[in-house]
Structure formats: C-alpha cells, structure tokens
Design a protein around this ligand. Structure first.
Ligand SMILES: [Cu+2]
Length: 221
C-alpha cells in the first residue's frame, strides 16, 4: 500500500521537472530558419532508408497494412496488405474508384508522409539499395525495391493485386517497407527511366503495423 503514494510523488516530481525544462527551453528558444533548414537536409538522408533503434522493436512484425485514400480531387481508395512469407513479402491489394479497364503504376515510395494533398511529400520510389534504376518487378536487372508494377482495374473500376516480392521485408534488414508509403498513379507504369512515367498520384497510404487478428480474411470480401 505504501508503493502507491511513493509512485504518485515520483510522477509529480517528474511532471514538475518536465514543466521546468519546457519553460526554460521555450525562454531560450531563438528561431533560426536557415540553420533549421540545413539541419533537415542533413538529417533526411539516413532517415530515407534506415530505421535506427525502432528496427529492434519492429523486427518481430509479420503483418503490415496501408489504407489508401484519394489525393486531392481524385477517387482511388482501398487497402494494401503486406505479409512476411518464405523468401519475401506477399502483397495483396484491392483498390476501388478507378476507371474501368485502366492500368495504374503501383509503387512504394520512400516517405510515409501523406501530408500534401497531391502527395509529393511521399518522395520518390523507395530504393534502399540505391540502384537508381526503375524496372518491372522480378526483372532480371536492378530495380527499386518499391517497384510493384501495375494495378489493373476490371469493368467495375476495381483492381485486385497479389504478388510476392523477394526484394523487400516488412521490418527486417532487407528493404523494410514499414513506415513508407504506397502510391497509386494516374497512368500505367511503362517501366522506362527514371520512374516509369506513371503520372500523378491519385491514391496514397502509409504502411503501418497491422493487427494480425483477422489478417487472413480476404481483402475483397
Ligand atoms: Cu510511384
């Protein structure tokens, strides 16, 4: 019974200490826009492809999911699942709101950042091996780990996708996709350089840790 007041006091003390630190920090803070911009440029490089200590926590994750929402004035929406399987990651997707019979470039991009209405914040194709080369997935040539090919919509404008990729992992050391973004493009991926000419970004979703319960349920039912 004595543990409770003791714990409470500790929390209060920690709270006061944090509050003092905060006010001190605010009082001393001098905005310096130029220095801040330079720091961001320097810090962005390792963050593109590395997970730092978070890797230790996430390495057990076997299932990930991205919920796709339309970008500004577009209509693509749906979900993409990632499951660790023997030799790679199985990706299953169902995307709706597409034109009947249309094809759409389908990639993992380097930043899980969907803050911009038309999604340039997601950056370029996820390419942790620095291949600097775009290609059809599974092609016998170097390609971005994020090259997933094309979605193909049926007559109802619904695309279903299922493919296993050897060139990625959920949260392992080999091209971990967790925390990156899935992008659906307006145009077909033509597999030309540098990025496949797939046009505007019509849908985007950030890849997060999935709830394993119910993960086996078919995505399109
Ligand atoms: Cu793309």
């Amino acid at each position: 019974m004595t543990a409770q007041p003791s714990l409470f006091s500790t929390i209060c003390a920690a709270g006061l200490s944090a509050a003092s630190t905060l006010s001190l920090t605010s009082a001393n803070f001098q905005p310096n826009t130029q220095a801040k911009t330079q720091a961001n440029v320097t810090e962005a490089e390792p963050l593109r492809h590395r997970m730092h200590q978070a890797q230790d926590v996430l390495s057990e994750v076997q299932h990930a999911v991205a919920v796709i929402r339309p970008t500004k004035d577009k209509d693509a929406y749906g979900a993409v699942r990632f499951e660790a399987v023997e030799g790679g990651v199985r990706v299953t997707a169902m995307i709706k709101g597409l034109q009947p019979g249309s094809k759409h470039g389908f990639h993992i991009h380097e930043f899980g950042d969907a803050t911009k209405p038309d999604a340039p914040s997601a950056g370029s194709h996820y390419d942790p091996a620095n291949t600097d080369h775009h290609a059809r997935p599974g092609a016998d040539e170097p390609h971005h780990a994020g090259d997933m090919g094309n979605l193909e919509a049926n007559e109802q404008g619904i695309a279903r996708f299922e493919r296993t990729f050897e060139s990625m992992s959920i949260a392992g050391s080999d091209a971990p996709v967790i925390g990156r973004a899935v992008v659906v493009h307006a145009e077909p991926d033509e597999f030309d350089q540098p990025l496949g000419s797939a046009g505007a970004r019509i849908g985007i979703g950030v890849i997060g840790v999935a709830n394993p319960e119910g993960f086996g349920r078919p995505l399109w039912e």
